[in-house]
Write a protein that binds this ligand. Structure first.
Ligand SMILES: *Cc1c(COP(=O)(O)O)cnc(C)c1O
Length: 365
């Protein structure tokens, strides 16, 4: 059995440190916004090269609170991609804004900057690119469009912890960046967690209020807020993993490069690195017209596999009526042939060889 992500192997390495930290927290009873959340916020802000990092309850909340803090609201339009996890668009809908989906680049699967300007209207207030599968979106182009049209830029970094563009981390480029610590992400907790990063003092102050019932001083409430704090226990785990994040991401890159080498002669499309930034391979996504046969063979051999994403957002039941006349040919075509292979820092070369030989068996039979 080869899982998509081997969280057990990762835990073995950090077990002592995590158990010690958790035991201390239980002893101290400092469960809400305690010393580990505060330390983690400092440590991630330093790692990501931003002025502020604010822990919240999930990546979805990070996106949601960032939109509120940036003043995005009812009737505003936010340009984003349909080839992403639903949470990207859900967050936009939560604030009463309208997701405007544009097509993706056929090689990176990230939002295509050249498709953005055509859909800008007087109602457009923000762009929300997703650094999909761990590869930074084309931020130079997107920043230029935002400046030209005076739009907010909120980065969905839920899949890109540690990815950088010319030394600058994703999330540190726009007005705000949103991270998820869902267990399978590059930096994952043992439950839900998230983070908003920003260089703006004003945005940071708003996020801190919003995550804690609209309050700066206990029992004094200035706005309607939320209960969306990063959990202290999760912060213990995240601190242990943050120390090792570069090593984890290097491990992911090694896996990806070995896959690419071993599949170079096969009729599949392996991930393209545009080299604008450094890809941290949250997922390893391949395209093939023979996806169903390959997935069946992988399953028969107890090899984990998945489809990210089988249905683009504009075609999801929740959105398909409202977007009936939206056509995104590249997105739709990639969604029909894409599938993801196991990837994590703890996948052995031997297992990678085995996975590729199963795929080879299907394609050369
Ligand atoms: C995981 C993910 C989210 C949501 O994060 P949660 O922590 O699960 O709420 C949002 N956007 C993208 C692109 C994601 O991959």
């Amino acid at each position: 059995m080869i899982p998509m992500v081997n969280l057990k192997a990762q835990y073995a390495e950090i077990k002592e440190e995590v158990e010690r930290g958790l035991a201390e927290t239980i002893e101290n009873c400092s469960f809400i916004l305690g010393p580990n959340v505060q330390a983690f916020e400092k440590e991630t802000a330093a790692y990501l090269g931003v002025k502020h990092a604010i822990g919240v309850a999930s990546g979805t909340d990070a996106l949601h609170l960032a939109l509120i803090a940036e003043g995005i609201g009812a009737g505003d339009e936010v340009i984003t991609t349909a080839f992403t996890f639903i949470a990207t668009a859900e967050a936009i809908a939560y604030v009463g804004a309208i997701p405007v989906f544009v097509d993706i680049d056929p090689r990176t699967y990230n939002i295509a900057p050249e498709a953005i300007e055509a859909v800008i209207t007087p109602k457009t207030k923000a762009i929300m690119p997703v650094h999909l599968f761990g590869q930074p979106a084309d931020m130079a182009e997107i920043v230029e469009i935002c400046q030209k049209h005076n739009l907010k830029l909120i980065e969905d970094c839920c899949q890109s912890f540690g990815a950088s563009i010319k030394g600058q981390q994703t999330g540190a480029i726009g007005d705000a960046g949103a991270y998820s610590f869902f267990p399978s992400k590059n930096l994952g907790a043992f439950g839900d967690g998230g983070l908003v990063v920003t260089n703006s003092d004003d945005t940071a102050a708003k996020i801190k209020q919003l995550r804690n019932h609209g309050s700066d001083i206990r029992y004094y409430h200035d706005v309607i807020g939320y209960n969306s704090r990063l959990d202290e226990m999760q912060a213990v785990i995240l601190r242990a993993k943050l120390k090792r994040i570069d090593q984890y991401n290097q491990g992911r890159r090694h896996v990806a490069h070995l896959y690419a080498e071993l599949m170079a002669d096969l009729p599949v499309i392996t991930p393209y690195e545009d080299k604008l930034g450094e890809h941290v391979y949250h997922q390893y996504v391949v395209l093939s017209d023979r996806r169903d046969e390959i997935l069946k063979a992988l399953q028969d051999n107890q090899i984990g596999c998945a489809i990210y994403y089988p249905v683009p957002l504009h075609q999801q039941n929740v959105f398909k009526e409202a977007y009936a006349n939206v056509s995104l040919p590249v997105t739709e075509s990639v969604a029909k042939t894409c599938f993801a292979l196991p990837i994590c820092p703890f996948l052995s070369d031997e297992d990678i060889h085995k996975i590729v030989s199963v795929i080879r068996g299907v394609l050369t039979a």
